[in-house]
Design a protein around this ligand. Structure first.
Ligand code: SF4
Length: 235
């Protein structure tokens, strides 16, 4: 499996090298989102653990870290990157040796854990997923493990944004299923106060979940009062 790949074009981060601290197939996650590009099969995990040895990740990164055409390093995985318990040490080691911004893309399920909150400053940028404003839509879209609830996830996002000293950003994936509560999702974003809100659309999911480009443009108006950007800018 690829542990390090890219550069990829990443919304708001420019050209980034991606690091997968899980590198497992099938995916290892505590959600099973309807739009997941890793497929619907996976291992459900709640406890954080080590998947890949740090030295082998750094070795694979090699001179990627020093290439001028890479602006950032982003941790995104074949599952939730925060389930990898060495992700913070890895981020710190990369920041020590390379002049790159180090970012984390997270589903926010573990932001309720004090130990996780204490270590977030290992990153320069956090991109936090928020696809629902209600428990019902959260269950329908993100399909989390039964012990994870929407309100706790939102509280975790608020607390993480309040404590984090870097750039905190929210990513909303627009789908048929959450179009009806975009105003409420936008209000949560205004309450949290991230630096940016990114509106994304899944490229590889069943067409029944997809929204049109016109709907994506219209959705941006609902996020007034935030610095909102759309993944259409990437295209
Ligand atoms: S959180 Fe990410 S990896 Fe996990 S199921 Fe959702 S899209 Fe897939």
């Amino acid at each position: 499996m690829r542990i390090v790949y890219g550069p990829i074009k990443s919304l708001g981060l420019g050209r980034a090298i991606a690091v997968d601290p899980i590198s497992r197939h099938p995916k290892v996650c505590n959600f099973n989102c309807v739009y997941c590009h890793l497929g619907q099969r996976g291992i459900t995990l709640l406890e954080r653990t080590n998947f890949i040895d740090e030295d082998s990740i750094l070795e694979q990164m090699g001179d990627c870290l020093y290439r001028d055409q890479c602006d950032a390093v982003i941790f995104k995985g074949t599952g939730e990157p925060l389930l990898a318990s060495n992700v913070f040490d890895l981020a710190r080691r990369i920041r020590e040796v390379a002049p790159k911004k180090v970012a984390l893309l997270t589903n926010c399920s573990l932001l309720r854990e004090p130990q996780v909150l204490d270590e977030l400053d290992a990153f320069d940028i956090i991109v936090a997923k928020l696809d629902a404003a209600s428990e019902e839509t959260f269950q329908e879209v993100n399909r989390p493990h039964h012990s994870i609830h929407h309100q706790e996830v939102v509280e975790g996002i608020k607390e993480a944004c309040r404590r984090f000293r870097g750039s905190f950003r929210i990513q909303v994936t627009l789908l048929r299923e959450n179009m009806g509560e975009l105003e409420s999702i936008a209000q949560i974003c205004r309450d949290v106060g991230p630096e940016y809100v990114y509106l994304d659309h899944p490229e590889h999911c069943d067409p029944m979940h997809r929204v049109s480009k016109r709907e994506m443009r219209e959705a941006m108006d609902k996020f007034f009062g935030t610095h909102c950007r759309s993944s259409q800018e990437r295209e």
